[in-house]
Design a protein around this ligand. Sequence first.
Ligand code: DC
Length: 218
Amino acid sequence: MPGYKLAIDGPAGSGKSTISSLIAKKLGWTHIDTGAMYRAVTLQALELGINLNEEAQYRFLETSTIHYDFDRIYINDRDVTEAIRSEAVTNNVSLVSSFPYVRKKLVELQKQAAQHGNIIMDGRDIGTVVIPNADLKIFLTANVEERAKRRYKEHIKKGKESQISKVIEDIVIRDQKDSTRKESPLRKADDAIVLDTTYLTIEEVVNKIIELTDKKEN
Ligand code: DC
């Protein structure tokens, strides 16, 4: 049974990961956060001390393994779920994810992971590149201020020092890089449904998407 494929794309802070994780728990589906995979590669690159600007240096991926176990992510069997949220990783992940070689490697893994069972996958190119034949494609948006506010609250909750103006600046820079890169930029698939989450609660977005999956199943 190939199962139901739900693709969720959108910019940084649009709520993709939180919402996808909740939907997966409610429906008993598998959630794959592809942003976490790009972050895991970035973390390893930083730890190896490679020149991040040289695509050839990412060859270490030939012998690396990345896998998920529920909402935890492992690189070479090391749990890096918390480590991938560091500022150093956040500041470099757009650069790392712009290299065609890195994308090719991760998209291969993502396509394999999407093959079996009921899958909800979130990222930037899921509906356009990774699962172009998904049963349902959602493109989540929210205005920059709201997205920054959400990230800021996350930081404070985790006891991280944060400044709202800096968070806005980071999001604007990342949006710009993610949507203008040559290789599979952040783009809404033609057949994706746009959901603006600026004035919606997490619960409302989750319920709306579940309602849409039900409609598509009938
Ligand atoms: O969703 P996130 O903020 O954790 O993603 C981190 C970065 O990874 C994001 O700035 C762009 C990149 N990314 C990507 O290029 N393609 C994806 N499918 C997912 C994330």
